[in-house]
Ligand binder design. Structure first.
Ligand code: FPP
Length: 244
């Protein structure tokens, strides 16, 4: 979709799906002599700001990497703080889901999360499922490789039961068996904080994604930084392996 934004003169193409790796909370806090948990609190507030802004400008799908399957290696205090931030947000989302009109979806393995948190996740997913605003995927205890392995197991089970023929296994079938089934792949993946890697995020879905890396740490990543990423994305020519 090409639109004119008021503050710019160039037309910008708003990506249909933007995915963000919210990195740099710890360094943000360290720079200020604060505990890492202070960085996560600031990062969680920034998630609210950026998600609301993307919803407002017409991004239809957004995915935020909030907690990876590898993040359990962190201190108990840090993990608990992040889980409490999720909980606070979900309680708030339950109050706000009419107003924002956003639909919340959780991607990742929730089987090891606290039952109270899972109950909130289930509730907000159900209650917001008919919302017409942006779909917000929150990746919690998410790992891209685990997601692909889980999809393979599901398909293998169908082969075993005789409902799927191995020759019929296709890319679409795999896409239909991952957490983001039915959603378009991310057009733009943003990673702030100066790191240039995907860290097991959306490895299947990112085959043809565009990337934007920024040195700004996530708690400082502003709507202006996002606008810059979208403006740059707008100038790119996506060929999906073809010729234009
Ligand atoms: C990576 O930065 C960040 C995380 C592992 C946690 C991200 C979590 C939040 C932003 C809170 C999410 C809350 C809601 C409500 C969605 P890092 O800690 O690895 O930073 P560093 O690389 O500077 O140490």
């Amino acid at each position: 979709m090409a639109i004119f934004k008021k503050e710019t003169t160039a037309p910008v193409v708003v990506p249909q799906h933007i995915a963000i790796i919210m990195d740099g909370n710890g360094r943000w806090a360290k720079k200020r002599g604060l505990p890492r948990t202070a960085g996560h609190k600031k990062g969680a507030n920034n998630f609210r700001t950026i998600a609301d802004y993307m919803n407002k400008i017409g991004v239809k799908y957004m995915t935020f990497y909030a907690f990876s399957t590898e993040n359990w290696k962190r201190s108990q205090d840090e993990i608990e703080t992040i889980m409490n931030l999720f909980q606070d947000y979900l309680v708030e989302a339950l109050e706000r889901f009419h107003e924002t009109d956003m639909r919340l979806v959780f991607i990742g393995d929730r089987s090891v999360l606290k039952p109270e948190l899972v109950a909130l996740m289930d509730k907000i997913e159900t209650i917001s499922k008919d919302n017409k605003g942006a779909v917000v995927n929150l990746a919690i205890n998410y790992g891209g490789r685990q997601e692909v392995v889980a999809a393979c197991k599901k398909i293998a089970q169908q082969v075993k039961e005789g409902t799927v023929n191995p020759e019929d296994i296709s890319e679409d079938m795999l896409s239909d068996n991952i957490f983001t089934a039915g959603q378009p792949d991310p057009d733009l993946i943003i990673r702030p904080s100066g790191e240039f890697r995907l860290s097991n995020f959306l490895i299947w879905q990112s085959a043809y994604s565009e990337f934007w890396f920024d040195n700004v740490l996530w708690p400082d990543f502003s709507v202006k930084d996002l606008d810059r990423a979208i403006q740059d994305y707008s100038k790119r020519q996506r060929r999906f392996g073809g010729v234009k």
